[in-house]
Write a protein of this length. Structure first.
Length: 455
């Protein structure tokens, strides 16, 4: 094990020093230090060249948002496991640029799509080809099981990175990401993570007031992602097993983890930001009540978890994908002198009632504005630490629910449980790490029987 990886197995309080709140405030307010190199990107040109790795809906949207930032941006490469995703993204981005220019959108005036067929790549190794181009920055938006592998390769290639959340699906992946992030810091590479709430000034203002003591000492937080569910992609006769799982990726552990990790990470991240640290342990429960079809693979449809921090404070979490139920996506904090509805940007505390008056922003777009502005100014910018904190918090909750055990942060982080051993060598002819039984059903975790910790 490398030294950089060994550091990640220290006790929780030493893992990822410097809380998320400090990082978020620095990024949003521009309080960042200049890069040692003093250069925003190679060549001294104002143009930023971007490669997109993962051309589904999220990757295509992120590319469009990158194009619509101040200064010239050129998409120079598109890569995805599936060629049809690449071509669809190319068509959609062409339309974005054309529409923006026809409407006189100043942010798109100097941006362009320059992806001839020879720079449109498909297959499991497409990411390698994209990284061989002269792109300055890469967008990583494949299914999250690939995130550590692709991030590690991007850093090795000397690319700045925008990585969608989550950053891994299991503890080995978290450790792999963090080791690569240390290398990114040493190389002065910018790293942005798709946890866009950190770029909403209302969140920043509200959480700063909590940290300033407006509701007294924080005792507990509540975080929710309760909704009706997401898409399902049915099997087609021409698909082999690997192709099917890659298309229907949300429902397989090795590609997605679970909705608790892929989606609820946003709210768990806010909880950690409020507490200013990561939890030391978690107990949880969950299961499947409506996800009973073969197409819904392995994942649960409901979770509930209790996280404990080293000061005894708690974070209570719910995540549900069941239609026709109470829905809530948001966060709240309880203190010794009041309560804050964090996601509604209002509180009742020691000084009475308060509500943020700041205007809302498109945080998905703002995170790209902030990243590209920092790159042009030649500033340091790294969101990898709090991104990994949030990812590991979500993985801890998932592991506790799957196993039915009360787990500590340290033992979970040290686990060697990998959902996809040998991922770097996979092709469409490979056998996936999980297979259906004779009835076409996939193994589903069973609390009390599933064991997710190995020596």
């Amino acid at each position: 094990m490398s030294d950089s990886t060994s550091k990640l197995q220290l006790p929780r309080r030493d893992f990822l020093r410097g809380g998320a709140s400090a990082t978020a405030g620095a990024v949003l307010l521009g309080a960042t230090a200049k890069l040692a190199s003093g250069a925003a990107h190679p060549g001294g040109s104002d143009e930023i060249k971007v490669a997109v790795i993962g051309c589904g809906g999220r990757g295509t949207s992120a590319a469009a948002q990158a194009l619509e930032t101040k200064g010239p941006v050129t998409i120079v490469a598109l890569a995805d496991a599936f060629a049809d995703n690449v071509e669809r993204a190319h068509q959609q981005l062409e339309a974005v640029v054309a529409k923006g220019k026809s409407e006189g959108n100043e942010l798109l005036a100097d941006s362009k799509l320059d992806c001839p067929p020879e720079r449109r790549f498909a297959g499991f190794d497409a990411y390698k080809k994209a990284l061989e181009t002269d792109a300055d920055l890469v967008i990583l938006a494949t299914p999250p099981g690939f995130r550590p592998l692709h991030f590690e390769a991007a850093v090795a290639a000397g690319k700045h990175v925008f990585a969608e959340k989550p950053l891994a699906v299991d503890p080995p992946g978290v450790r792999q990401f963090m080791a690569a992030n240390e290398q990114a810091k040493q190389k002065n590479l910018l790293v942005a993570i798709g946890l866009q709430r950190h770029h909403d000034p209302r969140y920043v203002e509200t959480i700063q007031r909590i940290h300033d003591g407006e509701i007294g000492d924080v005792v507990a937080t509540r975080v929710y992602w309760n909704g009706g569910g997401v898409w399902v992609r049915n099997r087609t006769p021409d698909q082999n097993e690997m192709q099917y799982q890659m298309r229907n990726w949300y429902y397989f552990h090795w590609l997605c983890a679970d909705h608790y990790v892929e989606q609820h990470i946003h709210n768990l991240d806010i909880g950690n930001w409020i507490h200013g640290k990561t939890p030391v342990r978690c107990n949880a429960m969950g299961g499947r009540q409506v996800r009973t079809s073969k197409e819904t693979g392995q994942i649960f449809d409901h979770f509930a978890a209790e996280f404990t921090y080293d000061d005894g404070t708690k974070m209570f979490s719910q995540a549900r994908h069941i239609p026709n139920c109470w829905t809530e996506v948001g966060e709240a904090a309880h203190g010794t002198q009041g309560v804050c509805e964090v996601s509604r940007f209002r509180m009742e505390g020691r000084d009475g009632r308060w509500r943020s008056r700041l205007p809302g922003v498109d945080a998905w777009h703002q995170e790209h504005h902030d990243l590209f502005a920092a790159l042009r100014r030649g500033e340091t910018y790294n969101e990898g630490d709090y991104g990994a904190e949030a990812t590991m918090t979500a993985v801890l909750g998932m592991m506790a629910a799957y196993s039915g055990q009360d787990l500590t942060w340290d033992e979970a982080l040290a686990s060697d449980q990998s959902f996809a051993p040998g991922l770097a060598d996979y092709t469409f002819d490979s056998t996936p790490p999980v297979l259906p039984d004779g009835d076409g059903r996939y193994p589903v975790p069973m609390p009390g029987k599933t064991k997710l910790l190995t020596a």
